[in-house]
Design a protein around this ligand. Structure first.
Ligand code: MG
Length: 315
């Protein structure tokens, strides 16, 4: 058995342990087979994470395992889909079995947390890169798209923003202060909002997960829906356990993986209490285009969108 064959074998227990009803056939054949229940649609998305671009070179492999799967599953959550399975294409500079064992442990923890099974994959040699395709299902016609926001809808987010951006300054610190633990947890351990996404099917008019920053990602909804929005910056949540991210980090920082949703005021009232209370209303959709910040003193500031991260142009 070659060294990469040995590395491949490290993933087999993970695939066995996470196998579930929706996966008819897991790894080992030319393809995996997924069952799509009658009356449901397949929802899928692919994400590539490159060392030095999407995570620091030398990043802890167990944390990388959690984070890479969480980030991918977050796109399913944004559509209101139920996670089923994923495939992983892993490019490694060398066959380091300790490193891969740690990666698998992070993937395993995340797989169980999100209820998603490893259904197959591929390993090659080259610069460290992970590509994950995640697949889920949603009742026919109920996936939440970006294009449904209407004037009068509320804009809401599912949790505090800016923590992952605030964590960047502390990633290399050997002994970071306890006050920034909330920031670091957000960066290392993002939580895709799958349960919320399910509740929002048939309720939210549009949704997106916040990967590139609130302004950029809400901008995608506004563009797809041909509408504008007004945000009240004082209502944007940014408290991470008593330590606050800055407003700039909350508006422009990426990697938080909360959901940004639009919904009619009456739809918010229809949600179960604990779900409605998990949403912070931060603004309102209006006719026209563009995004405006409405300050407490009534001064309105127009912001250019999209202003998030563009991997080819930089910020
Ligand atoms: Mg997304």
């Amino acid at each position: 058995m070659g060294e990469f064959e040995l590395i491949r074998a490290l993933f087999h227990p993970l695939a066995e342990a996470t196998r579930q009803h929706g996966v008819v056939l897991g790894p080992g054949d030319d393809c995996a087979i997924q069952r799509v229940p009658q009356g449901h649609e397949l929802v899928f998305s692919i994400d590539t994470l490159v060392a030095g671009v999407h995570f620091p070179s030398g990043y802890d492999p167990a944390q990388l395992g959690w984070r890479s799967l969480a980030v991918a599953v977050s796109d399913l959550a944004a559509m209101g889909a139920d996670p089923v399975c994923y495939t992983l294409a892993l490019t490694l500079p060398e066959a380091d079995s300790d490193w891969v064992t740690a990666l698998v442990s992070g993937l395993r923890e995340a797989s169980f947390a999100f209820g998603i099974a490893l259904a197959g994959g591929d390993i090659t040699r080259g610069p460290l890169t992970l590509t994950l395709q995640v697949q889920g299902t949603v009742p026919e016609g109920q996936a939440i798209r970006r294009s449904g926001a209407r004037p009068g809808d509320l804009v809401a987010v599912s949790g505090p923003l800016g923590g992952a951006a605030a964590a960047l300054a502390w990633l290399d610190a050997t002994d970071p202060p306890a006050s920034v633990e909330g920031f670091l947890a957000r960066y290392h351990h993002p939580m895709p909002r799958c349960a919320l996404g399910r509740h929002l099917r048939g309720v939210a008019s549009a949704a997106i997960d916040i990967s590139d920053g609130l302004v950029a990602d809400l901008g995608h909804i506004l563009e797809a829906s041909s509408v504008g929005a007004e945000l009240e910056p004082g209502r944007v949540p940014r408290d991470f356990g008593g330590t606050w991210a800055s407003l700039d980090q909350a508006l422009y920082g990426g990697d938080d993986y909360e959901l940004c949703v639009t919904l009619a005021p009456a739809a918010l009232d229809r949600l179960p209490g604990h779900v409605a209370s998990s949403l912070d209303v931060i603004g309102r959709v209006c006719a026209g285009s563009g995004l405006r910040l409405v300050q407490a003193d009534g001064i309105i500031e127009e912001i250019a969108v999209p202003a998030g991260y563009d991997h080819f142009k930089g910020r």
